[in-house]
Design a protein around this ligand. Structure first.
Ligand code: MSP
Length: 528
């Protein structure tokens, strides 16, 4: 049974440096799902935000000669401008330094502590004395060198609080078993079980005393809560969990009618798929319905990484090539769930082939022909006059069904392909019906009118299905076809022939062709 409401989230990103195309990828995909749900008439609450605590931010701020708060305030401004540029429709933006969040995290700690799920122990790790920092095995590598200053590190211990994961392992495994769709792609679930759970899960360290930029533990303020308990709690603190105003929490979390969907990258699956359900179980709260893990973006054949300097800056990319081109490329070119790459050549090819030559050109040709043959007025629908009409309608109706089926299951890349099938079929329909020939034959005027009507209806449907992705171009297509009012409601696409009688307005091409040698902007001013 499909649920009635949706709560959909992105990870909250670290404001330790500017966001890159990988962050833009995750947020764009999440936005597409949210827009789709709203388009279908569902209530949808969409959250994103910033994860502002931790040693790295403390250090980057010090290096920039700023307080951590000043430092994150400036970077988070950049988050807002990027999301605005990408037309992201989030309903809220949570920052973990906000009071509404800090208080909830402290309450959550107290609750778990009083329940006996948290204990004070010793954290053992690699310590760099000059940097006053702990590092993990992977961070120090085989040479045991501090990743920050390059000096040797030593094994050291500090007092820390731990969450008793062992208490919740059985519950977690049962939850996986009862909820086969919780974690997708399926391979991620197996990875969680085989790589982390089966070999034996360590209790999770949830506090530190070696830095201070974090949420202090009320019961023992020399400790700050260590990132993941702080970060994951954002999903409920943003809804007002445990506050005087829990209305959103009741509506979008407690209520089983609401479907909760977290979208995240493969790098943080473990925290979302193992610890987060455990924390929620400890708090006696319901768990999310779905966690969708997307792949990571590589640059050509190597992982984008700040140290390699091959991280693509999304801001100028969107400014130069437009929000729709970037959204479309990310959703269509990179199969959701698999790793992908950003390649300038593929970007140009994809945008030119799909958007400029197919979608934009279809609209352009159709509007020009309606101008020329019918004095700018779309002829009304008169049924299926030819086998071509019949076939086009069948493609449109099948594509709608397919698209909905796929997007309801959050299969975004395939859903877009389905919407584009209408565009390809309609272009082919022009070649088959040859309207320029019909126009010359006085006996074929009826047929010509039907062709124009079919084209307008097909473009209307394709534009509606693509609207969550092409947030600007779809509206421009509607405007060129003279479509407004009730016809902008999604349900009308179910009636092929709903369009007819409108006056078209020829406009600029939706997508100018991109030059083959585009310049891809890299992030230059990278911070460590
Ligand atoms: N702050 C944590 C998340 C806490 S959520 C409760 C964090 N932040 S992050 O800034 O590192 O962002 C991680 C997320 O950004 C990834 O899970 C992914 O969604 C996105 N991406 C970061 N780099 C990426 C790529 N190279 N490719 C695709 N997405 C990437 O982890």
């Amino acid at each position: 049974m499909e649920k009635k409401r949706f709560y959909i989230t992105t990870p909250i990103y670290y404001p330790s440096a500017k966001l890159h195309i990988g962050h833009a990828y995750c947020t764009t995909l999440t936005d597409i799902f949210a827009c789709y749900k709203r388009l279908r008439g569902f209530e949808c609450y969409f959250l994103t935000g910033a994860d502002e605590h931790g040693m790295k931010i403390e250090k980057n701020a010090a290096a920039a000669g700023k307080t951590p708060q000043q430092f994150v305030d400036e970077i988070v401004e950049g988050f807002h401008s990027l999301w605005k540029l990408l037309e992201i429709s989030n309903d809220d933006f949570i920052r973990t330094t906000q009071e509404r969040h800090v208080k909830v995290v402290q309450d959550v700690f107290t609750k778990m502590y009083n329940k006996g799920d948290i204990y004070l122990g010793k954290y053992k790790g690699w310590y760099c004395t000059p940097c006053e920092s702990f590092w993990t095995d992977t961070q120090v590598g085989a040479e045991h060198i501090c990743p920050d200053c390059g000096r040797p590190v030593q094994v050291a211990e500090e007092e820390a609080y731990f969450f008793k994961t062992s208490k919740y392992v059985d519950d977690l495994l049962k939850f996986y078993e009862d909820n086969s769709k919780f974690l997708t792609p399926e391979s991620r679930k197996n990875e969680m079980i085989n790589t982390f759970i089966k070999p034996g899960l360590d209790d999770l360290c949830i506090s530190r005393t070696s830095f201070s930029w974090g949420i202090p533990i009320r019961e023992n303020p020399k400790h700050v809560i260590y990132v993941w308990l702080d970060a994951l709690t954002n999903y409920i603190s943003a809804l007002g969990y445990g506050s005087d105003n829990p209305e959103l929490f009741n509506k979008y979390w407690s209520d089983e009618e609401c479907e909760i969907i977290h979208i995240l990258g493969a790098d943080i699956t473990r925290f979302h798929a193992i610890y987060w359900p455990m924390f929620l179980e400890s708090l006696g709260l319901r768990k999310p319905d779905r966690e969708l893990v997307h792949g990571l973006l590589m640059m050509k054949d190597s992982k984008m990484s700040k140290s390699k300097g091959n991280v693509i800056d999304p801001y100028p990319l969107v400014e130069r090539y437009g929000v729709d081109a970037v959204r479309y490329y990310l959703a269509r070119e990179i199969t959701f769930g698999q790793d992908g790459s950003f390649s300038p050549e593929q970007f140009v090819e994809r945008i030119n082939a799909d958007l400029a030559n197919s979608f934009g050109n279809l609209l352009n040709r159709t509007v020009s022909m309606i101008n020329k043959y019918f004095q700018c007025v779309i002829p009304t629908y008169q049924g299926q006059i030819t086998a071509f009409d019949k076939d086009l309608e069948a493609t449109v109706n099948a594509s709608i069904k397919n698209y909905e089926y796929l997007l309801d299951d959050l299969k975004i890349t395939e859903a877009i392909t389905s919407a584009m099938d209408i565009v390809y079929r309609a272009n082919k329909y022009i070649d088959e019906t040859m309207p320029w020939a019909l126009a010359k034959d006085p006996d074929k005027q009826n047929e010509l009118a039907s062709v124009m009507n079919h084209l307008a209806n097909a473009i209307y449907t394709a534009s509606m299905l693509l609207k969550p992705v092409l947030v600007k171009a779809s509206d421009k297509a509607f405007a060129q076809l003279g479509i407004d009012g009730d016809l902008l409601n999604y349900e009308n696409i179910y009636h092929f022939g709903a369009i007819g009688g409108q006056t078209v307005n020829k406009g600029e091409p939706l997508f100018p062709r991109l030059d083959a040698n585009i310049e891809v902007p890299f992030i230059q001013d990278l911070m460590k």
